[in-house]
Design a protein. Structure first.
Lengths: 388, 344
């Protein structure tokens, strides 16, 4: 057993830091904080030039040929350096599904642009009445000649307003329920009949509600077999649960420690010397260590072709929420001033963490769904969600 | 970067899983707890010594197997899984400490199992400590002032333990037997601190094995026990805490293994990782065994059910070493540096 980092991780991280130092200006950071777009198209193209968008794909396909560890090191460093990663990171989930199950023509048409950072794909799973139950899909699609006609509504379609395509889950067999009778379509977002409405969140992310009214989509943009969208969807969902996004618990731990080293408590004691504070900072550091280890193991087992179940996807966000709450408790009013105030402590990060953390326990599978999957996969528990 | 066990390490784990599976049956665990020395099965101890357990982590020039802390952690995890009624953590750390000091003569009878040497994990006079293996140890290593000492059991002291929560051979030595100084000054302190960190990691490993088995017992029960017309495992309030337990145990095991690697390769962060491993394993084991007992309903409290054996030890095996929350302050000292001014 060897936990030492191979030298190339440090090299990759250094390259990412050089990139962010050069391209991620304060303006880029503040623009993202103001808009919550989740993507910067110019920056995304620059990442594409380096093969970093589809970093795990071979160089011949526009990637960088990185293994899962190297890719994680790269993307964590880019994110930490202020690159808005929601757009390019999310794009890779459908891009990988297309690469695995799409037609040769579709792959040739779409994937080179993805790798180049020119093409962005958002996720069209969630509906207003769906939530964690993605197979409650009610958006309809009907084949008419060589086109599908799509009608319905999706919600939480993050960066739809900047994306080129939506990876859209539709119900193609009227009267079907659950995972049967679904078809997956790659819908160009400039198609007539699409309306995109902004939704702003307490975490300053912008997301969207997208309406589809008689939108016509070429059958050539279908992914996988008609009415067999479940197989495509399952591959994409598993990829989401097993690709560790890199826990942010350690970021809060670092930010809270920086705050405690520079501030005093109400009784005048330096916070870093207060046992009540030290205990909580130590707990954050411990949980950050565990979250990072679980992430590391995902990359390791992924390389070995093994899946440990979504324990990392459960622990990372849950510990992030705990840490972000404890950080505000420790810091009090001085820690809740946000970044727009020039005098905010640690660049307003404690306010930002508390605002952002809770959403991480929802997207990519709510903690409750993940817990059910873990006990089913690891302990053989009976399924508690009703079968359809 | 490699998170897999070697073939040899897997063989160690399997050999001890087989030994404890055969020799540390629930009946033997109960019998040991009812015996005067509480928590000691002499026959199991002989098998444990015969298979070479005590030499695993000792250098080969001292008669050992040159293994690392990870090999010992694998043994401790398997011992914990069966609640093996023998002293594992402190005796392994003590044997390694003797090996590090090249005390070949003292090690001879230790490796054969004929002399049990444990560790007094609190610094300070041995006579003031409630020793975790006090009823059965023939000697303890201790840090007294600036001296690392080998303290023999006082002559004629009865091998009777204080009756306790966790089947531990707890006893106090009011008087001390013959005492030898093995090292002094900073060397003594460094050697003692390393041994105590190894106890942190090995106790964590034992708690992980213990809690993994408890989760197995509890989840198997939840899958077959029915209430209101269906298995109680169908109710998410029953099922979901098991997911947190599995997640915590995966994390604790990774933390233990990283701490082993860090200690054996002298990484800067080794001390912080050892303390984290102890705290995280202790808290996870407590929550995991509590829920595993709880799902049994009233049956969980019955002496006949094994789960209560696990529930009691999950707390006792950790607290007999240290209060987990106090250990978070050890993590803080090691990660953030010591308190520099009069804190609270």
């Amino acid at each position: 057993m060897d936990f030492s980092e191979p030298e190339n991780w440090a090299r990759i991280r250094r390259e990412a830091e050089e990139f962010t130092a050069e391209h991620v200006t304060r303006d880029v950071i503040e623009h993202e904080r103001r808009t919550g777009d989740g993507v910067d198209r110019a920056l995304t193209r620059k990442l594409g030039e380096r093969g970093w968008i589809a970093s795990g794909w071979p160089v011949a396909e526009g990637g960088a040929g990185l293994d899962p560890f190297e890719a994680a090191a790269l993307w964590n460093a880019l994110r930490k350096g202020g690159v808005p990663t929601a757009g390019p990171g999310t794009t890779m989930l459908p891009a990988n599904a297309i690469r695995a199950t799409g037609s040769a023509e579709l792959k040739a048409r779409v994937l080179p642009g993805v790798a180049a950072g020119e093409v962005l794909i958002c996720l069209g799973y969630t509906e207003p009445a769906g939530g964690s139950d993605v197979f409650a899909c009610a958006t309809r699609s009907q084949l008419d000649g060589d086109e599908w006609i799509v009608n319905g509504q999706k919600i939480f379609t993050t960066f739809a307003h900047l994306a080129d395509y939506c990876f859209l889950l539709t119900r193609s067999q009227p009267g079907s329920v659950g995972p049967r009778g679904l078809t997956m379509l790659l819908v160009p977002l400039d198609s007539p009949g699409i309306e995109i409405h902004a939704v702003h969140t307490m975490g300053h992310e912008r997301t969207n509600i997208v309406f589809y009214n008689d939108v016509r989509v070429a059958d050539a943009n279908r992914i996988g077999e008609a009415h067999e969208g479940f197989a495509v969807m399952r591959a994409a969902l598993e990829a989401e649960q097993n690709v560790a996004p890199g826990s942010r618990t350690g970021w809060v731990a670092d930010d809270a420690l920086a705050f405690a080293r520079t501030h005093r408590g109400p009784d005048g004691t330096e916070l870093i010397n207060d046992v009540l504070v030290r205990e909580r900072l130590a707990r954050m550091a411990m949980e950050a260590e565990v979250a990072d280890l679980l992430d590391l193991r995902v990359a390791f087992l992924d390389a070995e072709g093994d899946k440990p179940g979504p324990v990392s996807a459960l622990f990372g966000p849950e510990s992030y929420v705990r840490a972000s709450a404890a950080a505000v408790d420790i810091a009090g009013s001085a820690g809740m001033i946000d970044w727009t105030d020039p005098q905010s402590a640690v660049d307003g990060s404690l306010d930002a963490h508390y605002r952002s953390a809770v959403a991480t326990t929802i997207y990519g599978g709510s903690s409750e769904v993940l817990r059910s999957l873990i006990v089913e996969n690891r302990l053989g528990f009976p399924r508690s969600r009703p079968r359809r | 970067m490699d998170l897999s066990l070697t073939r040899e390490q897997r063989a160690v784990r399997e050999a001890f899983a087989a030994l404890f599976g055969k020799q540390a049956t629930p009946q033997r665990v109960r019998n040991a707890e009812r015996s005067p020395s509480v928590g000691f099965d002499g026959l199991l101890w002989r098998h444990y010594a015969d298979i070479g357990a005590l030499g695993i982590g000792v250098p080969s020039d001292c008669g050992g197997g040159d293994g690392g802390l990870l090999e010992l952690a694998l043994v401790a995890e398997e011992a914990g899984r069966r609640l093996a009624p023998i002293p594992v953590a402190e005796t392994a750390a003590a044997a390694r400490l003797l090996g590090r000091l090249r005390e070949k003569e003292l090690l001879g009878p230790v490796l054969s199992g004929s002399v049990i040497v444990s560790l007094a994990t609190q610094p300070g006079p041995v006579a003031q400590q409630l020793l975790v293996d006090g009823a059965i140890a023939d000697a303890v290593l201790a840090l007294d002032g600036d001296s690392l000492v080998y303290v023999n059991r006082p002559d004629g002291l009865s091998k009777t333990a204080r009756s306790n929560l966790g089947g531990l051979s707890l006893a106090r030595w009011g008087a001390l037997g013959a005492t030898t100084v093995l090292a002094e000054g900073s060397e003594a302190r460094a050697a003692f601190d390393t041994a105590v960190d190894e106890v942190r990691v090995l106790r964590a490993a034992a708690l992980i094995g213990l809690a993994s088995e408890a989760v197995g017992i509890g989840s198997r029960y939840a899958i077959v026990r029915e209430a209101f017309g269906q298995p109680i495992g169908m109710y998410q309030a029953v099922a979901h805490p098991f997911a947190d337990a599995i997640t915590g145990l995966d994390g604790a095991q990774l933390l233990v293994r990283k701490a082993c690697w860090a200690m054996d390769s002298a990484q800067d962060d080794a001390g912080a990782l050892a303390a984290m491993a102890f705290v995280f394993a202790a808290e996870t084991a407590y929550h995991a065994t509590t829920h595993s007992l709880h799902v049994h309903g009233g049956y969980g409290f019955m002496e006949e059910y094994d789960i209560q054996l696990y529930y009691r030890r999950a707390k006792a095996w950790a607290a007999a070493f240290a209060d987990p929350r106090r250990e978070l302050l050890t993590v803080a000292d090691r990660r953030f540096g010591p308190v520099t001014t009069g804190g609270r």
